[in-house]
Design a protein around this ligand. Structure first.
Ligand SMILES: Nc1ncnc2c1ncn2[C@@H]1O[C@H](COP(=O)(O)OP(=O)(O)O)[C@@H](O)[C@H]1O
Ligand SMILES: [Mg+2]
Length: 255
């Protein structure tokens, strides 16, 4: 990837920028979804993105991982400008980024073991023993090693989410993108998933970007929160700071 231009960045007080988005614009149809999105995300932090339904949170995540191409602007991930990558370079970058989609779907016709094997054998050359060990390690991390031979249909919603997380973490990503990881789960399971996100961040020092409406999840996991409004990040701060914001729109998320 030598030909890819790099942006020089000067992060504050020793923080390393791992994702830098500047002047990101994305229009879909005649909807100007992202008008001017700017953010620096630091290595190891947990950043929450809040925003009303349809405000462009998922579009932002998709631009980070190269599933959508911005109309203009820079999306620098690990010092690489994502929109300029060809398909092979994108594949290489995506191995370092775990993306938990809103649906978080597992392959229903495959066992838990096969679901986890799939990304591993696709991306890495490992012996059978190494594959088996990595699968067990990943399942142990989410507390579900005993479910290795189950089918997804035999698992609860919360368990399927955790298997989805294990399937993503098995590639040991540097960055995790979570799109509404607790949506549709009961409060107890939501809390479990939020705890797992924190654990994984501590254990593997991953950078987490979490889109959520679940303010309990936000409170538990956030180092920092940004609010997407009318196509820009309109507010930024800690949970406590934004909860006391002068802006009624921002405060609204916390009420
Ligand atoms: N592939 C697409 N084609 C056309 N419009 C889209 C597409 N994806 C998203 N949109 C529109 O862009 C807006 C933002 O979508 P999205 O990022 O999914 O919102 P959210 O903040 O709820 O995640 C919505 O109005 C949605 O309908
Ligand atoms: Mg969304």
């Amino acid at each position: 990837m030598n030909d890819i231009p790099k942006i020089e960045t000067k992060p504050p007080d020793g923080k390393e920028i791992i994702i830098e988005i500047s002047n990101l614009k994305k229009t879909l149809g005649d909807n100007e979804v992202l008008k001017d999105v700017n953010i620096s995300i630091y290595r190891g932090e947990s950043l929450i993105i809040l925003g009303k339904s349809g405000s462009g949170k998922s579009v932002t995540l998709k631009c980070i991982v190269g599933l959508m191409t911005p109309d203009s602007g820079k999306v620098n991930v690990l010092n690489i400008n994502v929109p300029e990558l060809d398909i092979d370079e994108l594949q290489e970058l995506r191995m370092k980024i775990g993306f938990i989609f809103q649906s978080g779907a597992l392959y229903d016709s495959m066992s838990v073991r096969e679901n986890l094997e799939f990304p591993l054998v696709r991306h890495e050359k490992l012996t059978d023993d190494e594959v088996e060990n990595r699968i067990k390690e990943a399942l142990t991390n989410v507390g579900l090693v005993e479910s290795i031979d189950k089918m997804p249909s035999e698992l609860s919603g919360g368990m399927r989410k955790r298997i989805g997380l294990a399937r993503t973490l098995i590639l040991k990503p540097e960055i995790m993108l979570y799109d509404e990881p607790t949506t549709g789960l009961d409060p107890a399971t939501s809390k479990e998933i939020s705890n797992l996100i924190i654990e994984m961040q501590k254990k593997f020092k991953v950078t987490s970007v979490i889109v959520t409406h679940d303010m309990k999840c936000a409170k538990m996991t956030a180092d920092r929160i940004v609010v997407l409004k009318d196509g820009v990040f309109a507010a930024e701060g800690t949970y406590d700071e934004l909860q006391k914001s002068d802006d009624e729109f921002v405060r609204g998320f916390f009420e």
